[in-house]
Design a protein around this ligand. Structure first.
Ligand SMILES: Cc1cc2nc3c(=O)[nH]c(=O)nc-3n(C[C@H](O)[C@H](O)[C@H](O)COP(=O)(O)O)c2cc1C
Length: 202
């Protein structure tokens, strides 16, 4: 099988990507709009870029219905700040609620039952129930079109890195205690820690 993405509808191209680029970590992104209304949404097109400076990125796609920008992108473009909260198995049900496309004047902390924890550097609150939270300033945003399914790449500079005390030892994070989940295709997820194996580098 050899498929040219340019011949595919965006939804079919998306299915090939999410079925092969996996498991994907999940950034639970908290942001605020100009009026201060808080928003939370999960993004699995998410990865690290650089340790010095510490840069991370994630990609909100344009809405499948009309190509409009998602609230997270609009908020970050207007306030230039956000928080990436890591998703552990314990908070997946609340994370799932935040994936609902609520109107922009709805506070998604209230809808999901997550608790606001004030950030130390940026204005958007952290998700208290998340065990690792990265306060970010917007480093750069790149747009790759404005059609349904077109992505924008949001690059954030981590200004403050919060780790629950329980997880932190000798400068490292205890993966088992973090118990992160990854996103697979469709509505499937994976538990990162239940099937780990070791492979020493030669
Ligand atoms: C686990 C998970 C991962 C997701 N990853 C992405 C993603 O990488 N990019 C994207 O555009 N939407 C993604 N979504 C969908 C958004 O979370 C959803 O469209 C959300 O309502 C956007 O919210 P907003 O308009 O408040 O920004 C994901 C949903 C789930 C449940």
């Amino acid at each position: 099988m050899d498929i040219q993405p340019s011949n595919l509808a965006w939804k079919d191209a998306y299915k090939l990507m999410v079925g092969s680029i996996l498991p994907r970590p999940i950034a639970l992104v908290s942001s605020i709009n100009k009026e201060g209304v808080a928003n939370i949404a999960p993004f699995s097109f998410f990865t690290a870029i650089s340790a010095e400076p510490m840069l991370v990125c994630f990609s909100p796609m344009r809405r499948g219905t009309d190509g409009s920008k998602k609230d997270t992108l609009l908020n970050i473009e207007s306030t230039k700040e956000f928080v990436i909260n890591i998703v552990s198995e314990e908070i997946v049900d609340q994370m799932n609620i935040t994936a609902t496309e609520f109107p922009s004047d709805v506070d998604e902390f209230e809808e999901s039952g997550f608790t606001k924890e004030p950030s130390s550097v940026v204005a958007p609150p952290r998700v208290k129930e998340s065990l690792v939270q990265m306060e970010c300033s917007l480093h750069e945003v790149l747009h790759f079109g404005d059609l349904p399914g077109s992505g924008s790449l949001i690059i954030g500079k981590v200004e403050s890195f919060h780790i629950s005390d329980d997880l932190y030892f000798e400068g490292k994070i205890d993966t088992k205690k973090l118990n992160p989940v990854g996103r697979m295709a469709g509505s499937m997820y994976t538990k990162a820690i239940s099937d780990m194996f070791e492979l020493q580098r030669k």
